[in-house]
Design a protein around this ligand. Structure first.
Ligand code: UN1
Length: 510
């Protein structure tokens, strides 16, 4: 058990009270119910965390409103200094934070470090952005008039995150919201409170260096759905950014819309890859392996459906079968392990249930279904590939585990039709060396997803692009490109510097 304990955790705001149990150093503020946090690696307890009572959310919102009123007056490039410092802290604590991610959600060390790197990347992006939050100057139709746009801070921003990217997705939102002049309130997944405590602690180190800046610039509320509902329904929170399941997004989005607030929803994916007869099959197989099996299939961008041209299906599936046969499953900290645990018992049950349903709906296992009895205590499953009839109803649903469904096609039109015939629209890809096929896939009649790739897999996006998807995925965009505009309010200003009062559209009123 002692190898579970990265010694640097005290630096992350987590106190060790005995060799196997941590407590958060901020737990005593709002003493709510105590919850035990178990590691998915061996299902043993690693921490106890107090959940904030829902009623405490109001105080947090009030403090956040006050912090916003201070922060919005700080010039944006100076706000960037805070994020620059935060990025520096993240570099210092990268290893320890990654170890905590591995401990709490079971990611491989390389993926956990990649996630912290993703935080550092978005911070760098946000620092650059802090000098580029500029609006347009627009030609006015009236003499001696200037028409322009300004982007102003919006207000307290609620960030609701999922367990699978317990730190990076918060950082996408936090870094942008803070340079945009907003205060932030984070409700992390109840399945990953320790990572949230650590990030909040690291960010507070940076906030503390800023004179007069209230600590409530960044708040953390660990709690259940009641907290999420309180944030979603508060008129004091103009923006709610929520990542998670489609039902969660439907509920949060509806509550926010009811009060005409703004939401950014990043919900489920049911991501597919088309592999055409003109694809580099070896490259496709490598991409499929990472996209379908990486993070034990627990990314919203994980590959769920493989749509392969008949003529290359046998070759591709043979390569995949061999690759799946050699996958090492187990404790993610062991060398050579590529598949760590699922997050909890319920996730394991969903995995097995989905395979049973797939078999009932005409599916055939392409890779063997060996059970993972070797790990009686962790939440481990065997990644599988199943060939499915295109009409199987379960192809419409996302199962958050490493199951890859294979569908075959003959014409690219049919492949694209199959590809788009699901309610979700997050990530997609095509493997082909034929320009025409790639361009058709990327065109208006091709993939209907927010992310469409050529010759790379569906997962593992860089932060520079806008991240999000269409249809049931919720339509939100986070991270790079111009996603920052979601975190600000736009004011259109018309300034008359003449001595007359010409009306727009030539209207006469005298
Ligand atoms: C998620 O799974 O919620 O593109 C986010 C990726 C990562 C982010 C995934 N950069 O797979």
């Amino acid at each position: 058990m002692s190898k579970l304990l990265p010694p640097q955790l005290q630096d992350l705001g987590l106190r060790t009270i005995n060799p196997s149990v941590f407590v958060s150093s901020i737990e005593s503020k709002d003493l709510g119910m105590i919850h035990s946090v178990n590691s998915p690696i061996d299902n043993k307890p690693v921490a106890q965390v107090h959940h904030a009572p829902t009623e405490s959310t109001e105080d947090t919102i009030e403090a956040s409103c006050k912090a916003f009123k201070h922060w919005r007056n700080v010039p944006a490039p100076i706000r960037g200094h805070l994020i620059q410092d935060f990025s520096h802290q993240l570099r210092v604590h990268k290893k320890a934070l990654a170890q905590l991610i591995t401990l709490e959600v079971g990611k491989l060390p390389s993926e956990a470090e990649g996630e912290v790197q993703e935080m550092i990347d978005i911070c760098e992006f946000a620092v650059g952005l802090s000098r580029q939050l500029h609006g347009l100057t627009i030609a006015s139709e009236r003499p001696d008039h200037r028409l322009m746009e300004q982007w102003h801070p919006l207000g307290p921003t609620a960030i609701i995150t999922a367990f699978n990217f317990p730190v990076a997705v918060w950082a996408w939102n936090a870094a942008l919201a803070l340079v945009c002049g907003n205060s932030i309130i984070w409700k992390p997944s109840c399945k990953a409170p320790l990572c949230a405590i650590a990030c909040q602690h690291i960010l507070q180190l940076s906030i503390n260096k800023f004179p007069e800046t209230p600590a409530a610039l960044s708040s953390l509320i660990i709690g259940d759905r009641g907290v999420g509902h309180a944030l979603a329904s508060s008129p004091h929170i103009p923006l709610v950014s929520a990542t998670g399941s489609v039902p969660m997004g439907r509920s949060v989005g509806t509550v926010v819309a009811q009060r005409l607030g703004r939401s950014i929803l990043e919900l489920g994916g049911n991501n597919a890859m088309i592999v055409t007869a003109n694809a580099n099959i070896d490259l496709a197989a490598r991409a499929i392996l990472f996209s379908a099996v990486g993070t034990a299939g627990q990314r919203c961008t994980s590959l769920r459906r493989l749509i392969v041209q008949d003529s290359v299906a046998f070759r591709l599936l043979s390569i995949l079968k061999s690759a799946y046969a050699t996958l090492n499953i187990g404790d993610p900290r062991e060398l050579d392990v590529l598949v760590g645990p699922l997050i909890d018992e319920a996730a394991v049950a969903n995995h097995h249930q989905a395979i049973d349903s797939a078999l009932q709906q005409g599916g055939k296992l392409i890779t063997p279904l060996s059970h993972t009895e070797a790990f009686p205590d962790g939440h481990y499953v065997q990644p599988v590939i199943m060939e499915m009839p295109a009409t199987a109803p379960l192809l419409q649903d996302e199962t958050f585990s490493p199951i890859l469904y294979v569908l075959r096609y003959t014409s690219l039109d049919d492949a694209i039709q199959l590809h788009n015939a699901v309610p979700q629209g997050l990530a997609s890809s095509i493997f082909t060396d034929k320009l025409q096929e790639a361009e058709v896939f990327l065109s208006a009649t091709g993939s209907d997803c927010g992310i469409a790739n050529v010759n790379i897999g569906t997962s593992g996006a860089e932060i520079g692009g806008a991240f999000g998807g269409e249809k049931d995925t919720g339509g939100g965009r986070e991270s790079g490109s111009d996603s920052w505009k979601n975190y600000m309010r736009r004011a259109t200003n018309t300034i008359n510097f003449g001595n007359d009062l010409p009306l727009a559209q030539g209207v006469e009123f005298s």
